[in-house]
Design a protein around this ligand. Structure first.
Ligand SMILES: *Cc1c(COP(=O)(O)O)cnc(C)c1O
Length: 428
């Protein structure tokens, strides 16, 4: 494939935008080469500036669960835009989408809309701290909760007591309140809680991890986390920015039948516009300003275009009784097809999948946490990525990302993809 115009556009972008991109993973640093510039997209396909057609397995990192430029979403945005794009005053559509979200998602009474998943998680933690009167947060290595200071933390050498920042600009003062646990390791969480008796406000987790590839929770892990939190007066926050409205109408809470105290949303709930949200039962949500003492605000929060897109999207999901089953079946088909051709070509791999989230790891052991995810062969991944790209199949340009399956994919697209994997597998 030819990427002449994309390369030229990237060179121009690099002059005026740091690294040429507005979010680092787009820059292809993990796989080499220059990023592809999109001109337009429809359904399961991206069309780039050089006229190439790519089958899209990222789908804007999750939101486009029904495919690109889904008509009801586009129509809703266009109609709203004609009536004004922002007022900074209440609008009826905010209540409509809130009502539907509360109906679809278990264990929530109220929801507050923000502009990104980052904001949702940041605000959820502030609310948990305000509500419990405690300061510390437990997060899991390899889970991503946006780029706010408290979450840019990794383990210090050998120490799991205090986190150390993994970005300059995050202060030690902030880092010391974030404790790092191992995903899928309940004994490790228990230890951290015991060692920080009565100081922990909340545990935040991706109920299915999606930012170190796709990693499912081990059987009983989320339930055990729930019991631990109950026993120690700790709030359990499910970061469902990726899993919300994707794994089921009610997200991971519904799929695993585990109740979270606060749930964070983003991605699908905005239908491709900048939206995040966090939700909880009344007792907790009433702690937020203007009802309660915990401050949280936003000039563009609940923006009419964003709410129109989000409402059209979650309505479509709510009205389609088969959607999550269909997505799962397509993903399972892809899973089996890829597994078959990789096996036939003697490639060492592990595939993880939950619902319509799937990832291919080039290592043979089970991938259950950040350490096992990091063991995968990155050179193999780079070849795999570029090999697929050359055949018109676009997966995330990093070994630590999930593929997101969209309902716009046909079985022909999936077969095309499996065949492309077969071609690449011969070269690995
Ligand atoms: C994408 C993501 C975020 C951050 O959302 P942004 O909208 O990019 O700020 C937070 N948590 C999870 C689990 C995510 O996947």
């Amino acid at each position: 494939m030819i990427y002449k115009r994309s390369s030229a556009l990237f060179a121009e972008a690099e002059k005026v935008i740091p690294g040429g991109v507005n979010s680092p993973v787009r820059a292809f640093k993990g796989v080499g080469g220059t990023p592809i510039f999109v001109k337009e997209a429809k359904g399961a396909y991206l069309f780039d500036e050089d006229g190439n057609r790519l089958i899209d397995y990222i789908n804007s990192w999750g939101p486009m669960i029904l495919g690109h430029a889904h008509k009801p979403v586009v129509d809703a945005v266009v109609e709203k835009a004609k009536k004004g794009t922002s007022f900074g005053m209440p609008t009826e559509i905010e209540t409509k989408i809130a009502e539907l979200a509360v109906l679809m998602v278990p264990n929530i009474d109220k929801i507050r809309f923000v502009n990104s998943g980052t904001e949702a998680c940041m605000s959820a933690v502030r609310l948990a701290r305000g509500f419990t009167g405690k300061d510390k947060v437990i997060k899991f290595a390899g889970c991503y909760h946006g780029h706010s200071d408290s979450f840019l933390i990794q383990a210090g050498s050998g120490a799991s007591t205090f986190g150390t920042p993994n970005s300059p600009g995050v202060t030690q003062g902030t880092a010391k309140d974030t404790l790092l646990a191992k995903y899928n390791d309940i004994a490790n969480v228990e230890q951290l809680i015991k060692a920080n008796n009565n100081e922990i406000a909340c545990v935040i987790i991706e109920p299915v991890a999606g930012n170190m590839g796709c990693i499912p929770p081990k059987e009983g892990f989320l339930q055990a986390l729930r019991s631990l939190c109950d026993a120690h007066n700790i709030l359990l926050i499910f970061d469902e920015v990726m899993t919300g409205f994707r794994l089921a109408k009610g997200g991971a809470q519904e799929l695993f039948n585990v109740k979270a105290d606060i749930v964070c949303f983003g991605k699908v709930i905005g239908g491709g516009l900048p939206v995040g949200a966090f939700a909880a039962r009344n007792e907790i949500m009433n702690y937020l300003a203007p009802l309660g003492p915990v401050y949280q605000a936003g000039t563009l929060s609940g923006n009419p275009l964003a709410m129109a897109a989000g409402l059209a999207m979650i309505s479509a999901l709510n009205n389609d009784a088969e959607i999550f089953k269909r997505l799962e079946e397509k993903t399972k088909y892809l899973h089996q097809g890829i597994a078959n051709v990789l096996t036939q070509n003697n490639v060492v791999y592990t595939i993880n999948r939950v619902g319509s989230m799937i990832s291919v790891h080039f290592d043979e052991g089970a991938v259950t946490d950040f350490d096992t995810a990091a063991k995968g062969n990155n050179d193999t991944f780079k070849k795999f990525f570029h090999g697929l790209l050359n055949q018109g199949v676009y997966i995330a340009p990093s070994a630590f990302e999930t593929w997101f399956i969209t309902d716009a994919l046909t079985y022909e697209d999936l077969d095309f993809t499996i065949n492309a994997v077969n071609q690449v597998a011969k070269t690995l």
